[in-house]
Design a binder for this molecule. Structure first.
Ligand code: ATP
Ligand code: MG
Length: 568
């Protein structure tokens, strides 16, 4: 058995971790708009372009094929100003909604920042979405302009364009008109006066538990991006930072665009999708120092085997963090074994806008725990009862993870779902929909989404615990666990398992896994059934969709699958 805690050594801390700071201190570290107000794009680019960071590389872009291209803060400031001017030419004004549907190309970043400069609310959409999910989101957001490319236009927009009546214009950045407009536009733009409460970004949730919700975020969120970039991701000015998430998901905007730029740090942007060798090569050749990725990617690297990793060297890498799903202890240890660094799990949601609970560089890591609340974040385990909200103070007791409302990047609404938004709050707390417990040292442990928890013979079983136990077995690459209705015990635990390279499904292996799980978890919690699957259904952001495993198992309708990976 591995130890329960990874203690930090001097080797882990060869760069002294940043000290924590309060929201107020973070606010003071930002410049604010000249003349008053706050704007994310000003803090992210224009401020640097006007100062000592002007010629520092802001984005090193790795095209899917071809040589890397560098964009300095000055380049990004002028390109985003050009986009702001072009968008203004299309009639976009403060308060309008701009959708951006591009692969991870420089124009995506310029369009998002340009829209923010204009005071528009910007919604980056993942470019792999099919026409229907795009149409639904643009209509829900009443988008006025959609920024895209020729290819994506032909493939996805042309056939649904007539079904998006609010769109006044579709801009194709690499089309003849798009190129001309950008080239002719001025590279100067006076940022609209926005303040901390002006809507800035519209992000749709991943759709793991149902139809995606549109969460509205404000310019004031930049305070939290700054603070968490500094404290949870430990960004130092000389870092080379790589956030692997696409800006179509909140992680890819908060930490793939805003946080590193606000810190004046160089970011790697890779246009290509996941590829084991390419990713190791990026880490090595780009000399990445801080890497922010997701459990799904880590599990894929694990699946490919440690030999592939051994072909590469990562001497500059000093901090690795993960978000999006629970990070199994096995994955934390894999980091330690293969990268030489434990992986630091952190927890947050589209709704929270920034990292809330984290394993920070200075902390000892308890593999399987999502860490502790960041400074300024008040997290607790709570229950909503008919008599009101009860905070569960005892360590080890499960309940809903709740946060004291009012942090700077808190979402300000669900688009068109006022009632649903209101229902998230009670007794001054925001209820996250996730179940967790806190231990005596203040570390938080994810149990499962409220929707995924299994009720079996009077026990409440969190799928994460069962999945993590299965993953300890050398044959298991990933596992998804559901409750299957049972007349006697309510639900029985069923696991879907995909195997690592070199292992084949067999009756013998199934029995071995059942036995392994029973030994680790006890008969009450261990799965009664195991089914082998070549892969598990996941969202495009990489999360296992347990609701789909369950619907398929029970022959029920699959519900909203707009974010299901592999659909057109
Ligand atoms: P939807 O709300 O549409 O069902 P979603 O909740 O997956 O989708 P996101 O906002 O992208 O959409 O994901 C946030 C959720 O992801 C969290 O509420 C939590 O369930 C899960 N999550 C994120 N990070 C972690 C983590 N470190 N450990 C455990 N769960 C995590
Ligand atoms: Mg959610």
């Amino acid at each position: 058995m591995r130890p329960a805690i990874i203690r930090k050594t001097a080797a882990d801390l060869r760069v002294a971790p940043n000290s924590p700071l309060t929201w107020e201190e973070a606010r003071r570290a930002l410049a604010g708009l000249p003349g008053g107000g706050l704007n994310i794009a000003y803090e992210a680019v224009d401020r640097h372009a006007a100062g000592a960071n002007a010629s520092r590389v802001a984005i090193r872009w790795l095209p899917a094929a071809g040589a890397p291209r560098d964009f300095t803060f000055a380049d990004l400031a002028s390109l985003s100003s050009r986009f702001a001017n072009v968008l203004r030419g299309f009639g976009i004004a403060k308060g309008d909604v701009v959708f951006v549907l591009c692969a991870r190309i420089p124009e995506l970043y310029a369009a998002v920042l340009g829209g923010l400069k204009l005071g528009a609310m910007v919604s980056p959409l993942f470019s792999a979405f099919g026409p229907e999910p795009i149409r639904t989101r643009v209509n829900l957001g009443r988008g006025k302009v959609l920024v895209t490319t020729e290819l994506l236009y032909q493939r996805k927009i042309a056939k649904v364009e007539a079904g998006m009546p609010t769109l006044a214009h579709v801009m194709r950045v690499d089309g003849e008109e798009g190129r001309r407009l950008v080239a002719e536009a001025s590279d100067r733009f006076e940022i609209e006066r926005t303040d901390a409460e002006t809507p800035a970004l519209l992000h749709f949730t991943s759709g793991t538990t149902g139809t995606p919700k549109g969460a509205v975020h404000v310019h004031g969120a930049v305070v939290a991006h700054y603070a968490t970039g500094r404290y949870a991701l430990d960004l130092h000015p000389e870092d080379i930072f790589w956030c692997t998430a696409d800006p179509g998901w909140v992680t890819g905007t908060s930490y793939g665009i805003v946080a590193p730029l606000v810190h004046g740090v160089t970011s790697i942007v890779d246009e290509a999708e996941f590829d084991t060798e390419r990713w190791y090569r990026n880490l090595q050749d780009q000399r990445v120092t801080v890497w922010y990725t997701a459990p799904t990617a880590i599990r894929m690297l694990m699946k490919a085997g440690a030999e592939v990793a051994r072909k590469y060297r990562f001497p500059e890498l000093r901090f690795v963090a993960s978000v999006g799903e629970p990070l199994n202890p096995e994955a934390v240890w894999w980091g330690k074994d293969v990268l030489g660094l434990p992986i630091h799990d952190n927890w947050w949601q589209t709704e929270t806008g920034d990292i809330m609970i984290a394993n920070t560089p200075a902390m000892d890591v308890k593999p399987g725990s999502m860490g502790k609340p960041l400074p300024g974040v008040e997290a607790c385990i709570a229950r909503r009862t008919d008599e009101g909200v009860k905070i569960v103070d005892l360590p080890g007791v499960e309940g809903e993870l709740a946060l004291r409302a009012g942090w700077p990047s808190m979402f300000r609404g669900y688009l068109d779902q006022e009632e649903r938004y209101r229902k998230c709050f009670a007794g001054g707390l925001y209820f996250t929909g996730d179940l967790a417990r806190r231990d005596a040292d203040g570390y938080f442990w994810f149990v499962g989404r409220a929707d995924d928890v299994i009720k079996s013979a009077g026990h409440l079983i969190g799928p994460f615990e069962v999945e993590s136990a299965l993953m300890e077995h050398p044959a298991v690459a990933e596992a998804g666990v559901i409750g299957k209705p049972d007349p006697v015990v309510g639900e029985v635990v069923k696991a879907f398992v995909s195997l690592r390279a070199g292992f084949e499904p067999s009756e013998k292996l199934r029995m071995e896994l059942l036995g392994h799980a029973r030994k680790r978890l006890g008969a009450a919690v261990a799965p009664k059934e195991i089914e082998f699957a070549p892969s598990l259904p996941r969202t495009r952001s990489g999360k296992i969709m347990r609701r789909l495993l369950k619907a398929r198992e029970l022959g029920l309708p699959e519900g909203d699958t707009s974010t299901l990976e592999g659909t057109a």
